[in-house]
Ligand binder design. Structure first.
Ligand code: ADP
Ligand code: MG
Length: 376
């Protein structure tokens, strides 16, 4: 069997990738209690934190238990529709129906959509689809895990949230027992700009949310344990001096932890072809430089974020040495937006979230920034 790899693209799968148990990253008992209590809630975290991996594992776990019918659906394709409700809601419904046939081998949602999508208003299509799905098997209530919800914007997002709210009172017989909304932002923070320039907050279109769970980074122990899976599988050892560096560089940010490991164990061909050769600190440093220069998609997307004026405005005081002297004060909206990118940590004092992001900010904005201290 070929070696597993450290994953740098998309959700992790146990058969292909070294990985930590995704269900240990959220409090599964808490999640089950929320489902039991028929709550709707939000799971959010910056990009590349492992949200999709957690949702897929949760779907499998729930379906294996057999009490619920859980379905994961990624509604990112609705993004292209922007504020066009007809197309946006249609795309979201199609994504849900397609997921049911892929993951649950259930084509009945596809069939229902084919029959009803033309004769039903977009404003109620999602409510009716979910009602139909929920009624198919009264003995096993439906649980919907919706991913990339904040890819939707404007009226499309409002309509989606309203349609979920519209069916809420009929749960669990005629609507999902639980809907989990997953994305980078908390629904509370969805600032939806309606056509007239007014701002409707997501919370007001979706005032049934019980709770939001934020997925965090790996701990130090988890970070090292993940890398050691490679040693267990191949015998190739890492110099212990790497661990403190790795922690400062990543603070456990899941994609960074994997990408650095992938550089060391796979992209470094000499190390890949000779597993008897230990990975030294010098190898690690070279791998880190390659990663930073590579402008991998994730780093590239963060670079784009840094160029947005509202992000720049919040981060600029970092460049002045970490004393958060904002003048004028940015809006809370902008501060939360920047915090949700994961680029910076605002507490206890404002600083780059990790040493690699500090380097990125330096590169893009052109000055030194405060990184976490070695003891942090
Ligand atoms: N359980 C895990 N164990 C190890 N690495 C993980 C795990 N979950 C996610 N990752 C890392 O995070 C990356 C992004 O995972 P993904 O689930 O797509 O995150 P998100 O949906 O938050 O963007 C993966 O490519 C992998 O590097
Ligand atoms: Mg994802």
């Amino acid at each position: 069997m070929p070696d597993k790899q450290f994953n740098t693209a998309g959700p992790s799968r146990p058969e292909d990738h070294y990985m930590l148990n995704p269900l240990a990253r959220v409090d599964v008992d808490d999640v089950l209690a929320l489902i039991e209590a028929k709550r709707y809630f939000v799971l959010h975290a910056p990009r590349q934190t492992g949200k999709t991996t957690v949702l897929l594992a949760l779907m499998e776990h729930l379906n294996a238990q057999g009490r619920y019918r859980a379905l994961y659906a990624n509604i990112e394709t609705a993004q292209a529709a922007r504020g066009n409700v007809e197309r946006g809601v249609g795309a979201a419904c199609e994504a849900i129906a397609m997921s049911a046939s892929i993951y649950l081998n259930d084509r009945r949602l596809d069939e229902w959509l084919a029959q009803h999508s033309r004769s039903t208003h977009a404003e109620s299509l999602l409510t009716r689809l979910l009602a139909h799905w929920s009624q198919l098997d009264p003995a096993r209530p439906a649980v919907l895990l919706l991913d990339e919800v904040d890819a939707l914007v404007g009226d499309t997002l409002i309509s989606l949230l309203r349609q979920i709210r519209a069916g809420y009172a009929q749960r669990p017989q005629a609507f999902p027992q639980t809907v989990v909304l997953c994305g980078v932002r908390d629904v509370r923070d969805y600032r939806i700009h309606s056509g007239g320039g007014d701002i409707i907050t997501g919370g007001s279109a979706f005032n049934i949310k019980a709770e939001s769970l934020r997925l965090g980074n790996f701990s130090r122990e988890e970070t090292v344990a993940l890398w050691r899976q490679h040693t267990e599988a191949t015998g190739q050892v890492f110099d212990e001096a790497i661990w403190p560096e790795l922690w400062q560089d990543t603070q456990g940010q899941p994609w960074l932890v994997n990408a650095l490991a992938h550089e060391c164990t796979w992209k470094d061909k000499a190390l890949r072809l000779n597993r008897a050769q230990p990975v030294t600190l010098a190898h690690y440093w070279a791998a880190r430089e390659r990663l930073i220069q590579s402008r991998a998609t994730h780093l590239d997307q963060l670079t784009d974020k840094l160029r947005e004026p509202r992000v720049h405005r919040v981060i600029a005081p970092l460049l002045a040495g970490g004393q958060a002297l904002w003048d004028p004060l940015p809006s809370i909206d902008d501060v939360e937006y920047v915090e949700d990118t994961g680029l910076v940590a605002l507490r206890p004092q404002m600083r780059a979230a990790n040493r690699i992001y500090a380097r990125l900010i330096e590169q893009v904005l052109g000055r030194d920034v405060q990184a976490p201290s070695p003891t942090a």
